[in-house]
Write a protein that binds this ligand. Sequence first.
Ligand SMILES: *[C@@H]1O[C@H](CO)[C@@H](O)[C@H](O)[C@H]1NC(C)=O
Ligand SMILES: *[C@@H]1O[C@H](CO)[C@@H](O)[C@H](O)[C@H]1NC(C)=O
Ligand SMILES: *[C@@H]1O[C@H](CO)[C@@H](O)[C@H](O)[C@H]1NC(C)=O
Ligand SMILES: *[C@@H]1O[C@H](CO)[C@@H](O)[C@H](O)[C@H]1NC(C)=O
Ligand SMILES: *[C@@H]1O[C@H](CO)[C@@H](O)[C@H](O)[C@H]1NC(C)=O
Length: 384
Amino acid sequence: MGNTAMDRVPCSWCGAAVFALLLGAVSSQNLMLCYYVPTSYFPVSDVPADLCSHLVYSFGQITSTGIVPVRQSDLQRYRVLVGLKKKNPKLKVLLSLQKDFPSVVDAGTTVMENFSSSAVKFLTSNGFDGVDLDWEFPSGKQRNSYAAFIQIFNADLKKAGLLLSAALPNNPYSFKAGFDPGTLTREMDFMTVMAYDFHLYLAGRDNRTGYNSPLFTPKGESKFLSTAAMVEYYKQVGISASKLLMGIPSYGRSWKLANASQHGLHAPATGKGDPSPYRHFKGLYLYPDVCMARQLGAAEVFDKENVASYLYTKNKDWVAFDSQDTVLAKVNFMKKLKLAGVGIWALHLDDVTGVCKAGPLPLLNEIKKALQNYSNSTLADSWK
Ligand SMILES: *[C@@H]1O[C@H](CO)[C@@H](O)[C@H](O)[C@H]1NC(C)=O
Ligand SMILES: *[C@@H]1O[C@H](CO)[C@@H](O)[C@H](O)[C@H]1NC(C)=O
Ligand SMILES: *[C@@H]1O[C@H](CO)[C@@H](O)[C@H](O)[C@H]1NC(C)=O
Ligand SMILES: *[C@@H]1O[C@H](CO)[C@@H](O)[C@H](O)[C@H]1NC(C)=O
Ligand SMILES: *[C@@H]1O[C@H](CO)[C@@H](O)[C@H](O)[C@H]1NC(C)=O
């Protein structure tokens, strides 16, 4: 118990037992999977041990012969994250992979097998509990070899008692092209629906205000532009609800209104919003930016029908974001659908410096609270 080295001794006979144990854990608990991206303002030493059930280090680097750290200093950060398991023995720490899948998946079975056994050694020796595949996105030509790769990799992962998860696209077109639902639902321990970036300003194409991550698709928009629609889509193509995590963003998207007096949903916009008040990103609001905008007197609206929040400023900036209200309603909906839990992009986009005056990581703490108290909430029925 608690001996991480022992937990991970590879053995051929324990794979099945470990797998059964993991499945049990997945279906009986509300997973809260949080992506961690190292940044100067949110060093790994600030990551709490007891907020998330799963921490996912973003990212490791794929090469044709295995996984390597993106930068040498990542190795020390891996150790700190994995070390949090001493404080919270239930915590799982995964490594996410995003780029350079083609160097393995397009290179044939031998390279896949070599990559797989070497990657498992890398994960094990660095103390990880598993790996997350975040390929954005395999093409139609890569679909079959990606499915084969997932099978090869997972066989080795399971022999070592490691988890396999994936991030799924926010639209059916990318999914249909590159992913095989049967393989995913069989091989993956869980999958996060990347239910965000449904709208961001694009000149001439997405130039009316829109929600980054609504729970429901607003009237007049095409069917799949929401969290609930994409979750439903994945269930329809045969992915088990008990393996799906609802993706929730801790960031919002901003727009520049064409006309200060037209500040609702689908109002004309001329560009991305100005650099955000706290982190100074154009077109992007982190949660502390939302809090600072509130403090500067922005007007805020909770669209209860679609479950989305937005604010607008005197400077004609318009921001769609996730609030306490939206995350509570989303978590309640997730529970109603009996999904496995939520996946959050990302820790560092929440308020890490106390701008909101609500303690560290207030939005993620709201999510955690909602996961624990889902059935007892004032917003439980807001989405009916
Ligand atoms: C696979 O790994 C073996 C042993 O490390 C090596 O000899 C062989 O060249 C590798 N094959 C490929 C295709 O990378
Ligand atoms: C939005 O795009 C459409 C189609 O390209 C264009 O006709 C319209 O003028 C644009 N609106 C704004 C406010 O830029
Ligand atoms: C701005 O919107 C208001 C309300 O819809 C409208 O009366 C006004 O003419 C608009 N102004 C411009 C410059 O389009
Ligand atoms: C959630 O539940 C816990 C334990 O039952 C309780 O202590 C806490 O006050 C609850 N929080 C809310 C917001 O209801
Ligand atoms: C929710 O929790 C509060 C405080 O714990 C309690 O007073 C209330 O009755 C609960 N509501 C429901 C619907 O269970």
